[in-house]
Design a protein around this ligand. Sequence first.
Ligand SMILES: [Zn+2]
Length: 251
Amino acid sequence: MSIKTQILQLVKLQEIELDIKNINKLISKIPEELDVLERQRNEFEKKIEAARNAIETLQKQYRAGESDSQAIVSRMEKEEDKLRSVKNNKEYQALLAGIEHLKTDQAAIEDRMLECLEEIEGAEATLSEQSAALKRFEVKLSRERDAINRKADQAKKELDEKQKTCSGLEDSIDPAFIKRYRHVRAAKAGGVAIAPVHNAVCKGCHMNIPPQVYNDLQRFEALTVCPKCQRIIYWEMDPSDEEAADESAEK
Ligand SMILES: [Zn+2]
């Protein structure tokens, strides 16, 4: 295989390896995407749980009010019985005052019980709103979860194919080229180890390369490295020149 072909294979290898890097990034984000949905669902469940607890507490308060109220009623009955057998006015007045006091207590308890009923109604409305919201969210959740899982499956399939293509390509390239490529790639944060040169400018570091190197490069006789960034470089016709060439060919 000619040096030019090998270099072009290397460019293809790099493209696929960059794709693989992006696919892996996408796959690594999937658990977090699923977690976000799960956390949203937990928020609904927490609100529902809070509304249920509130209803339970209020119902207990209401029942406590009922038994307090009954206790007062029976105390009042006893006091009223006493009224009938009372001997003097002072005692009579004291009993009446006691009964009045019990009536005030009773009224306060009944007020609180009414408040409880209103609060129960409010909490029940919240509960049914949140339950309905959860139901709607569950529909959305299952759709989104399916979409995420489909995306993950698709990505894994693509990854698999690209890895196969990669190893096929690797086998077809001179091991010395691969070694150099791997060495540079490991040192470059963006993973770009091979860069085209347009009009004597290395597209890896945007620096000019010496004219002699540029001349040699266009002959594709050896693996060349950019003197500035150490990336493997190859000559590629500048895209704007290519358009110009196409246009003149059409004429
Ligand atoms: Zn360079």
